[in-house]
Write a protein that binds this ligand. Sequence first.
Ligand SMILES: Cc1cc2nc3c(=O)[nH]c(=O)nc-3n(C[C@H](O)[C@H](O)[C@H](O)COP(=O)(O)O)c2cc1C
Length: 230
Amino acid sequence: MELYDTIFTRRSVRKYDMTPLDGAALAEIRAFLDTTTQLTGQNARFEIVGADRIKNAAAPHYILAYCAANDSAYANVGYVLQNADLHLQSLGFGSLWLGSAKPSEPEADYCIMLAFGKTDVPPRRDLRDFKRLPIGDISNADDAIAQAARLAPSAMNSQPWFFDFSDGNVSVNYAGRGVSKLLLRKKLSKIDLGIATRHVEVALLHEGRTVLAVTPKTDGRDFAVEVTYQ
Ligand SMILES: Cc1cc2nc3c(=O)[nH]c(=O)nc-3n(C[C@H](O)[C@H](O)[C@H](O)COP(=O)(O)O)c2cc1C
């Protein structure tokens, strides 16, 4: 299945078969991570580990993300790992973003993890299976790109974004609402913006567009990720 199609069927999977994947499958996932683009100016690192490295593990494998402690670096981790989330689910595996789980011995620059493995939890059948805000609340346009962005996963399903479309440009703006404003603003909401940015990019590529740059923008107060394309 294509990454674009997976946007419409993926889900958070919380029940795994603890049998590890074989070496070839893990090597393919590692190679996919190594060739996934990062946001302009960013350089996070990713490690695939087994259940033995995670407190109270409930999946056979985890991708641990490490980055600097700032908004752009957090958004970048979201942007990279959402490509992995879509890839894993396109292969028929389950995956789950985990902000609450902890590695047994976290390193200083540990950021977040994505659990994955075999599962018998079925993918979503169609749009009716998604719980998301109406498009008019989160976007100034209603087109295929906005529809794909709307389905992005976020911490506590907070959807802390507003998509601003203009000619050759999509700005994925931070827009905290309710609980996300209080609890998630610092790190998880910025990861969420990167996740939604990946959905924007995958949808643009699916439309045959050329993505020119994907760049985090901050002025110390507002934060956004800008996608330019032609
Ligand atoms: C950054 C991030 C952190 C998350 N942390 C957790 C978590 O700690 N535990 C959990 O069960 N789900 C977690 N989730 C999953 C979200 O609850 C889920 O993505 C959201 O409710 C939308 O559901 P869906 O992924 O099935 O579309 C997290 C998601 C994101 C994006």
